[in-house]
Design a protein around this ligand. Structure first.
Ligand code: PLP
Length: 443
């Protein structure tokens, strides 16, 4: 890591940013973005010489850390051979990326439609589901994030949807399971599961099963809380979908490619969706890439009939080369198994130990390198440390907590009253322990 101090360069980067870059999800005048000078593995640093342990994996996408040498080399090599080519052609790295992904997805999800990211993957998944079923409605959960394009933000349950709503979406929201804050007054996980499935079935009955094209779920809900489905829930949703001819879409944009300690989170519950969407971890975001893995039956719908969708950069060679190198590196280096082991032996036990000492921790939940601390004012009442609010900067005291982490060299992922612990899947045990020690001090 070549970390040096060059304040003038940092200020110039920041001045140009403030003059010309329009930032996502932000009031432009109220933000003060960090000027990043470099990154390697689980760390990045600024122009002032401050180094940060990346406990956010950026937006939970750098599953293999920053600047993995095998992936950087593959992008450089591909750039020298073929930078771009239209999706209608067969290109070696595109075919190879599709093969490697299809080999890892569950069941017969053997055809891959490439996109530039997660939202576009979900847009195209619901397009496929609507055309396959001839129905229009799509159902999704209130606690979810599915992306920021027109349909993806309408599918999203979290408050970022509110300002984007048109009022005519064809999307119906329902409550998924969340035992800690049960919507169904359940007293345990089994009851939560049973009641959540009954609620879903009742919602479908009143919507009209013959009008519902698809149910889309994050296999493990990510940004909206890292909510692990109770045993039997996903199998129950699969059964309901089969009974009513509804397409099951699992959104694994955040949970896929090692994050949960499996190639796909669906593997933990042995559930096979009809469509599975991915992005982020497929190539750790080194070049924009996402996609939809498609079942045989849905692929067949478009065997003789054209699929009415496409993107200029679908299966972009640089993105596909980086995916091939990422997946191969993950397999060669045992990164998925490592993520599972980190969760079981370091992160889970470490966070539970923090909960023993800090009464502000209401619940610890997660698996692999996908964990959340839910912070509360009072453990007995479970009142959240900050209220459920609209998208925007973290409210006090979460903003202070984030600032205190940063002052100590830890870059956290904070959302509402939760602190998500989501380091790269190949972080070392020592790095994770370094981060947990900082959290201990800050809490
Ligand atoms: N789906 C899930 C579960 C996500 O977490 C995200 C992004 O965080 C998306 C979809 C949207 O992906 P993108 O930002 O690449 O469009």
């Amino acid at each position: 890591m070549s970390i040096s101090v060059d304040s003038a360069a940092g200020q110039a980067v920041k001045a140009a940013d403030r003059a010309h870059v329009f930032h996502s999800w932000s009031a432009q005048a109220l933000i003060d973005p960090l000027a990043v000078a470099g990154a390697e593995g689980s760390y990045f640093w600024d122009y002032e010489g401050n180094r940060f342990l990346d406990f956010s994996s950026q937006l939970v996408n750098t599953n293999i850390g920053h600047q993995h040498p095998k992936v950087v080399a593959a992008i450089q090599e591909q750039a020298g051979k073929l930078c771009t080519f239209a999706p209608a052609f067969a290109v070696d790295v595109r075919s190879e990326a599709a093969r490697l992904i299809a080999e890892r997805t569950p069941g017969d999800l053997d055809k891959i439609f490439f996109t530039n990211g997660g939202a576009e993957a979900n847009e195209n998944a619901i397009r496929m589901a609507r055309l396959h079923t001839g129905r229009q409605k799509v159902m999704s959960t209130y606690r979810s994030y599915h992306g920021a394009t027109a349909n993806a933000i309408a599918l999203t349950g979290d408050p970022r949807r509110w300002a984007n709503e048109t009022g005519v979406s064809g999307i119906v929201h329902f409550w998924g399971p969340y035992a800690y804050r049960s919507q169904f007054h359940a007293e345990n996980e089994a009851q939560e599961c049973e009641r959540a499935l009954a609620h879903l079935e009742a919602t479908i009955a009143f919507e009209g099963p013959q009008t519902v094209a698809a149910i889309i779920l994050e296999t493990v809900v990510g940004t909206a809380g890292i909510l692990i489905p109770p045993a039997g829930y996903l199998a129950g949703v699969r059964e309901i979908c089969d009974r009513f001819g509804i397409v099951l879409i699992l959104d694994e944009v955040m949970a896929g490619f090692g994050r949960t300690g499996a190639w796909f989170a669906a593997d933990h519950w042995e559930v096979v969706p009809d469509l599975l969407t991915f992005a982020k971890g497929v190539n750790s975001g080194y070049v924009p890439l996402g996609g939809v893995a498609i079942s045989g039956a849905i692929a067949e719908t478009f065997a003789e009939r054209p699929f009415p969708g496409g993107l200029t950069y679908s299966g972009h060679p640089l993105a596909c080369a980086s995916a091939v190198a990422t997946i191969n590196a993950m397999a060669e280096e045992g990164i998925v198994e490592h993520a599972r082991h980190l969760g079981e032996t370091v992160i889970g036990p470490g966070l539970r130990e923090l909960a023993d000492r800090h009464p502000s921790i209401g619940e610890v939940r997660g698996l692999g390198v996908f964990w959340a601390l839910e912070l509360v004012k009072d453990r007995a009442t479970r009142e959240p440390l900050t209220p459920y609010n609209a998208a925007g900067p973290a409210a006090a005291p979460m903003a202070e907590l984030a600032a205190a982490c940063k002052r100590r060299g830890l870059w956290p992922f904070v959302n509402m009253n939760r602190l998500h612990v989501v380091p790269p899947c190949n972080s070392s045990g020592a790095e994770v322990k370094e981060g947990l020690a900082i959290l201990d001090e800050v809490l």
